[in-house]
Structures are given as structure tokens and as C-alpha cells.
Design a protein around this ligand. Structure first.
Ligand SMILES: O=C(O)c1ccccc1NCC(=O)[C@H](O)[C@H](O)COP(=O)(O)O
Length: 206
């Protein structure tokens, strides 16, 4: 089965539309001010207004204030929210939007228990744990730590590239894959050839 693809860290319209042309299913916009991929909410909403109708825009926050989240998602009914910090389920619910909860994976974690703490999530995104860095680390985690029976669709992230994505899809069989650094020319700017190669690798029939 073909895997869905989310291209994260979009900061400009050209990269957004190119990713859509190559077959991206979702685009991630980072509203974490300390990220080199941070995008201004007004600019992000201008881009989202120009996306093809079947591409899902994902607004990514890290332990953000409710008013900051509202100020982004109130502008377009299409936004799905990705919580990439230490938000509890109760903190993910007030926006009445479908949401993805990111979990940062490290040895010894009980991922099943962690995923079970978010029964209202649409999907769980699994990313590499790195102390002091909430995401976009470019690091791969040990995929064999993922339990067989997670209760939600899994989005695999962390250090994916055009070179390893087909192997990741084959080994993990995730609902979707998510990439940021592995398809960049420089922080915040995508390399379109890498984006195209990544998407065809992810969607290649196994
Ligand atoms: O991309 C960031 O700078 C970022 C900062 C803080 C929290 C999350 C962030 N990105 C989250 C993503 O969804 C990335 O795509 C995911 O962490 C994988 O990144 P990469 O390993 O670079 O592919």
C-alpha cells in the first residue's frame, strides 16, 4: 500500500506548491519561534489559502499558548494541529480540530502507554528524542522500539531522507512519513529534487 507523505517546515509558497505537485499529502508549518523553520502566521495562512483542496495543512506548535494557536487556526477551517511538545490530551482538545500528537522516542519508553494517553488524536507522530531539542533534529531513532499494536495511525519521522524512506516504509509500514531536514537545501528551504525523490521513494509499491 502506498504511504502518505507530510513535508514539514514549509516557509514559502514555491516550496509548498512544488511539494503538492510531487504528491505531498500534507504540509507542515512550524509555529515554534525558536525553530529556524518558523513561519509568520499571516504568511502561513496566505500560503494555505493557495493550496490544492486535497492537501492537508498542519500547524505545528510546541507547548504554545492557547491564544497563539487560535490566532493561526481561526483563519482557515482546513488546519489540522500537530502538538510537538509536552501537551496533555486535555490541552490538545479545546480547539475542536483533528490533531496529531508527536511523541519523541527513546530507549526504555512505554510507547504503547504514551499513545494510549491520546485516544482523541487522529494520529501519533513518532520522532527521535534529543535532549533539549523538541523536533527537526535530523536524527533517526531505533524503529524496532515501535510496538506492533499502537492504537492510532503512526506517522514516522526523524532523520528520514530520500535514501532511507523506502526502507522505513517497508520496515515500519507507517500510515505516513514526515520529513523536514532530509529534503532541505538549507534550514527552512526545500530542495525540490530531494522532495520529489523522497515522495516517490515513500509511495513506491513495496
Ligand atoms: O522542524 C523544526 O524545526 C521543529 C522544531 C520544533 C519542533 C518540531 C520541529 N519539527 C517537527 C517535524 O515535524 C519534523 O518534520 C520532524 O521532527 C522530523 O524532522 P527531521 O528529522 O528534520 O526530518
Amino acid at each position: 500500500m502506498s504511504c502518505r507523505v507530510k513535508i514539514c517546515g514549509i516557509t514559502n509558497l514555491e516550496d509548498a506548491l512544488a511539494a503538492c505537485d510531487y504528491g505531498a499529502d500534507a504540509l507542515g508549518f512550524v509555529f515554534y519561534p525558536k525553530s529556524p523553520r518558523y513561519i509568520d502566521p499571516v504568511k502561513a495562512n496566505e500560503i494555505v489559502a493557495q493550496l490544492p483542496p486535497f492537501v492537508v495543512p498542519v500547524a505545528l506548535f510546541v507547548d504554545a499558548q492557547a491564544e497563539d494557536i487560535e490566532s493561526v487556526v481561526a483563519n482557515n477551517a482546513r488546519w489540522l494541529i500537530q502538538f510537538h511538545g509536552n501537551e496533555s490530551e486535555a490541552e490538545c482538545l479545546p480547539y475542536n480540530r483533528p490533531y496529531i500528537k508527536a511523541l519523541r522516542v527513546k530507549e526504555g519508553d512505554d510507547l504503547l502507554l504514551a499513545a494510549q494517553s491520546y485516544p482523541s488524536a487522529s494520529a501519533i507522530l513518532l520522532d527521535a528524542y534529543k535532549a533539549g531539542v523538541p523536533g527537526g533534529t535530523g536524527e533517526v531513532f531505533n524503529w524496532s522500539l515501535i510496538p506492533e499494536a499502537l492504537p492510532l495511525p503512526v506517522i514516522l519521522a526523524g532523520g528520514l531522507t530520500p535514501d532511507n524512506v523506502a526502507r522505513a516504509v517497508e520496515q515500519v509500514a507507517p500510515y505516513a512519513v514526515d520529513v523536514s531536514g532530509g529534503v532541505e537545501a538549507s534550514k527552512g528551504l526545500k530542495n525540490n529534487a530531494k522532495v520529489k525523490q523522497f515522495i516517490s521513494g515513500a509511495k513506491r509499491e513495496q
